[in-house]
Design a protein. Structure first.
Length: 300
């Protein structure tokens, strides 16, 4: 009987496939690219077969790799579901709902509102599961996913939370400096967020759609997520594309201000998706209803 490979190696293998590249997986796991490559080589050596076809770019899975990925994914989902059932047994009197969303949405929209939720619903516990995926999965144990997109998903009951709005924002001190320079962004850095998902607009997209000329540093400041970008903007380092879900509360509180360029409403919006697989449908609906009301209150 073959000895199973170390779980650490299987986790790296699955993360590479989920992230779409070894580089992104290294970022997700906070390790070096060489550590990722070494782990994959060790896994292939343990199994005795190549998992990747390295003759293509990007490297695709071999038949052995596809078989292993299916087994790893299915077993992880079964293990996650089992752990959720065990947790339910240990705290039977406290309904718990797990919400999946991006780290930016969790940090700047969801978490600041949970205190008010607990005041109304002290008997419901909410677990927040952050993910690097722009459209969080509804895996086993996840009751609600908060997603940005067109709402056409078939893995759950979709509810609109709010339409997004994009408007360049910056710290008040930088806004004053821009105004002193005649309103031009030429002297300010533009803050960029690098991501693969084209649902999120870039500065080039925004400038083209609003009929603006390219402005600011061609290089600018680049970050891998919106939490880093927002902190940079709050510190007065540059102008970022403000999304309502990320910077809306910061603008309302005066920590960020519009940079003087027109707002833009994209085609996509934010939604709450209630998993068809959830075993706590009624409690999930209570949470989703509250989130919809909170989103509506923030519009007024």
């Amino acid at each position: 009987m073959h000895r199973l490979p170390p779980l650490r190696l299987l986790s790296v293998f699955e993360t590479v496939q989920r992230a779409g590249s070894a580089k992104r997986a290294a970022g997700d796991l906070n390790v070096s690219m060489s550590a990722i490559s070494q782990a994959l080589r060790q896994l292939e050596g343990h199994i005795g077969a190549p998992l990747f076809d390295r003759s293509t770019r990007p490297a695709g899975l071999t038949e052995a790799g596809a078989i292993l990925l299916k087994a790893v994914t299915e077993n992880r989902e079964r293990l996650t579901e089992a752990l959720e059932e065990i947790r339910a047994l240990t705290v039977p009197d406290v309904p718990t709902i797990t919400i999946a969303c991006t780290i930016g949405f969790a940090t700047y929209w969801l978490m600041p509102r949970l205190e008010a939720f607990y005041l109304e619903h002290p008997d419901i516990a909410v677990n927040v599961q952050t993910t690097a995926q722009e459209v969080p999965r509804l895996g086993p144990g996840t009751d609600i996913a908060l997603r940005y997109g067109d709402g056409r998903w078939d893995d759950g009951e979709v509810r609109l939370l709010f339409a997004e709005t994009i408007e360049p924002v910056c710290a008040p001190s930088l806004a004053r400096r821009i105004e002193e320079n005649g309103g031009s962004l030429a002297s300010a850095f533009l803050i960029h967020v690098d991501f693969a998902d084209r649902r999120w607009l870039t500065w080039s997209d925004y400038l083209a759609r609003t009929g603006q000329k390219a402005a600011g540093s061609a290089k600018g400041l680049r970050f891998s997520n919106y939490v880093q970008a927002t902190q940079s903007a709050l510190s007065g380092h540059g102008v970022m594309l403000g999304w309502r879900s990320i910077t809306g509360d910061q603008v309302e509180n005066g920590l960020l201000v519009p940079a003087g360029l027109p707002p833009l409403q994209p085609d996509n919006a934010y939604h709450a998706v209630l998993s068809h697989r959830s075993r706590k449908t009624e409690t999930a609906r209570v949470v989703a209803d509250w989130l919809a009301r909170a989103a509506g209150d923030s519009e007024t």
